[in-house]
Design a protein. Structure first.
Length: 451
């Protein structure tokens, strides 16, 4: 069961249009047709919800979950996908992802490899280099493809993150032009949030270098019930009617613990102008808040029919606060303890003999004291909990930078401060926030409760 990250999928699926649009003799009508086909065939909007979830990782305090009091934490170093061989009834290597980190425990390199059944060796496929700014936020990814002929990595794609005062504003995609040795702008995803900093709109656009024009090709719109996404509607732009056309709809339900319990997908029927059932997923959790079983169902025209299930295994020794994950990859489902593996089967419990694929996660112990932070006795943020204001107390004689981020990963306060400076927070609603105090090369992270 091969796992491909959102970044790889979004950029890889755009390649077809870029190659065609680079031809000088492609007419405007042809480019529009290609945009339409891009929207229909790549289903970029299918990844919009995952991108929304990744925004929290992009904008939250870097590695917030790893800043625990534990002397030793567990770091995800590799991820393996295995395929089930029906003939031999054994698991076989399929693909793997290996992660490299810097001294601050920030993931800097990801290398994907495929298993060569003929030579029984791992073959490099792609590499992602991850870059951060001084505050620990991801700023860009550069993806390289492995050239077997020269045994070297060749630039392929780049994605840059553009931040605003409310969070992530755009993700710009570039393709590498080997002829000019330059990055060429190709696509972008634009994010829009509401007054509560909830993501309400994601628009995917494709750039036509010939005319210097952006073409919107797909969009995702989100509806909320409280803090939870209750509905997502994906649309594609029709260059035939120059209007948005519905594509898919998803509705989400949650249990008493606010964990996602059901996701139902609908497809738009252009003949009847109505939504029709497509498939759904139902989630089961254990007593510790870990996703235990994910059941898949398909609509057969009159009812939902069981399709397959995925079962998850955890190491209950290590809570999420003692785990370090990559900036882009890693387990994407709900869990509170260390994910170890997941197994996909075409049969429901207790019949587990019809395996399809398996994912395995491997960790290594790390000394958490190596993560550079400002000692708590050097910097304080008081009062906490707070109401209308907070004060930064520091022994530093200079200026420190204060960042406050909400639960969705949006920056709600960014301000420089000196010792004992009073800072107003009366614009913040009640709730729990993450803060980061940057003092030169040192960083202190924590939680701020606003009453």
């Amino acid at each position: 069961m091969k796992k491909t990250s959102t970044l790889f999928m979004v950029l890889l699926l755009c390649t077809t249009f870029l190659v065609a649009s680079n031809e000088n003799n492609v007419k405007s009508s042809q480019r529009k047709a290609l945009c339409k086909e891009l929207s229909k065939s790549t289903r970029i909007t299918d990844y919009a919800l995952e991108i929304r979830n990744l925004m929290h990782q992009y904008l939250s305090i870097a590695n917030e979950n790893t800043k625990s009091s534990a002397a030793v934490v567990q770091r995800l170093d590799s991820f393996y996908s295995d395929a089930w061989n029906l003939t031999s009834s054994t698991w076989e290597n399929d693909s793997k992802m290996e992660y490299t980190y810097n001294e601050a425990m920030q993931n800097t390199v990801q290398v994907e490899s495929d298993w060569d059944l003929t030579g029984n060796v791992w073959i490099n496929v792609s590499k992602t280099d991850v870059y951060y700014n001084a505050t620990g936020y991801v700023t860009s990814f550069i993806i390289s493809d492995w050239d077997a002929a020269t045994s070297t990595w060749l630039n392929a794609m780049k994605l840059e993150l553009v931040y605003t005062d409310t969070g992530l504003g755009e993700m710009l995609g570039y393709m590498w032009n080997a002829g000019t040795s330059q990055w060429e702008l190709f696509t972008k995803l634009t994010f829009t949030v509401n007054a509560n900093n909830d993501l309400v709109l994601t628009v995917t656009s494709v750039f036509d270098a010939g005319s210097g024009t952006w073409f919107d090709v797909s969009k995702s719109e989100y509806t909320y019930t409280g803090e939870n996404v209750s509905m997502q509607i994906d649309s594609e732009f029709s260059f035939a009617t120059f209007s948005w056309v519905y594509a898919t709809k998803r509705t989400y339900a949650y249990d008493a613990n606010n964990y996602l319990s059901e996701e139902v997908r609908f497809d738009w029927d252009e003949t009847t102008n109505a939504w029709v059932n497509s498939d759904k997923q139902e989630s089961v959790y254990d007593g510790s808040g870990n996703l235990s079983v994910l059941n898949y169902f398909n609509w057969n025209g009159s009812q939902y029919v069981y399709s397959m299930m995925e079962e998850y295994v955890y190491n209950m020794t290590y809570p999420i606060s003692e785990l370090i994950f990559p900036a882009l990859d890693g387990p994407s489902w709900q869990f509170n303890y260390m994910p170890v593996s997941s197994t996909l089967s075409s049969m429901p419990l207790p019949m587990r003999s019809m395996f399809m694929g398996r994912s395995r996660y491997f960790y290594s112990e790390q000394n958490s004291t190596g993560i550079q932070q400002v000692e708590s006795n050097l910097v304080q943020l008081l009062p906490n909990p707070a109401n209308d204001f907070i004060t930064v107390h520091t022994v530093s004689a200079g200026i420190v930078k204060l960042l406050v981020v909400n639960q969705l990963g949006s920056i709600v306060l960014s301000q420089e401060a000196t010792d004992n400076q009073r800072i107003s927070i009366d614009h913040l609603s009640s709730g729990t926030y993450f803060y980061q105090i940057i003092d030169g090369a040192k960083v202190q992270s924590g939680k701020l409760v606003v009453q």
